[in-house]
Ligand binder design. Structure first.
Ligand SMILES: [Fe+2]
Length: 287
């Protein structure tokens, strides 16, 4: 079948309409959707009708699903499933609402094989606010001055669960077992996207600790400059959610953050899962 794919902005994002994930997924349509993911970074398939089980089933087409590190967020019977909700409360019993993911990050980048994609499915959305913001790290890399690209060539960065540089304190306390599943991992600073066949920055404000082998001060200055460069509206798209949106985004070439700016008392509920990715490949600067 012909799939209607239309860009959502000039920066990134595409929407797919007239497609029913439960009926229309097959080897051919999957190939088209994966290509759209590599090209557009965010793919929003509109008007889906999914429950928890069918959400997991259709998501599994995109690759093996990963479980979230924080097990208290994970569905007891479905390890691949977790959710994002306006009802998240902190786990210390204070009853305080917790807003997750409010600064630029890419999911689980401390894993040796971090996710290829994260998927959210909107069951309930707020009437205003609650957009998810995305940053195109392929465009951000392409826009760097050539001298900076040369300087970044071959650099590797340490990703940890809780970076000492993180602008937000992690609200999740890890159990001993969870702690073991959050290794410190060295990742390329410029990653070669194996599907898009293009380089992009690979970074996350909450996880990126330092550039390997670089004096700390110099490393901090460089990382600050790269985040400042990426934090520019020319690389950003803000997704306005509709009920039934099934949104996959490419964790390999983007950052995202939540915007907890909806009116008090409004509710939102989204199913979430992650698709396993490959070990990041270092991009070679080719001029
Ligand atoms: Fe996230």
């Amino acid at each position: 079948m012909e799939i209607a794919i239309n860009p959502l902005s000039d920066v990134l994002g595409a929407e797919v309409t007239g497609f029913d994930l439960k009926a229309d997924l097959n080897a051919n349509t999957l190939r088209v959707l994966n290509a759209a993911l590599a090209k557009h970074i965010v793919v929003c398939i509109r008007d889906q009708q999914l429950d928890a089980d069918s959400f997991i089933e259709v998501s599994g087409y995109f690759g093996p699903l990963m479980s979230h590190t924080n097990k208290h967020l994970v569905d007891k019977d479905r390890p691949a499933l977790n959710w994002v909700t306006s009802e998240d409360r902190d786990i210390h019993g204070t009853g305080k609402i917790v807003y997750r993911g409010t600064t630029w990050h890419t999911d689980h980048s401390y894993m040796p094989e971090p996710p290829k994609a994260t998927i959210l499915y909107a069951v309930e959305v707020t009437s205003q606010g609650g957009d998810t913001s995305f940053c195109n790290l392929r465009k951000a890399y392409a826009a760097l001055p050539i001298d900076t690209k040369k300087r970044l060539d071959g650099l590797q960065a340490l990703h940890v669960y809780q970076s000492s540089r993180s602008p937000r304190k992690n609200q999740m306390v890890l159990s001993e077992e969870e702690e073991k599943s959050t290794p410190d991992t060295v990742q390329p600073l410029v990653r070669f996207h194996v599907d898009a066949k293009a380089p992009n920055l690979f970074m996350s404000t909450t996880r990126l600790e330092n550039i390997v082998g670089m004096p700390r001060e110099e490393s901090d200055t460089l990382i600050d400059a790269l985040f400042a460069h990426a934090d520019d509206p020319q690389f950003h798209y803000h997704h306005k959610w509709r009920v039934g949106d099934y949104v996959l985004w490419d964790d390999r070439s983007s950052m995202h953050h939540a915007n907890p700016d909806w009116a008090e008392g409004e509710k939102r509920f989204l199913y979430r899962t992650m698709v396993q990715g490959e070990k990041p490949v270092l991009a070679k600067f080719e001029g």
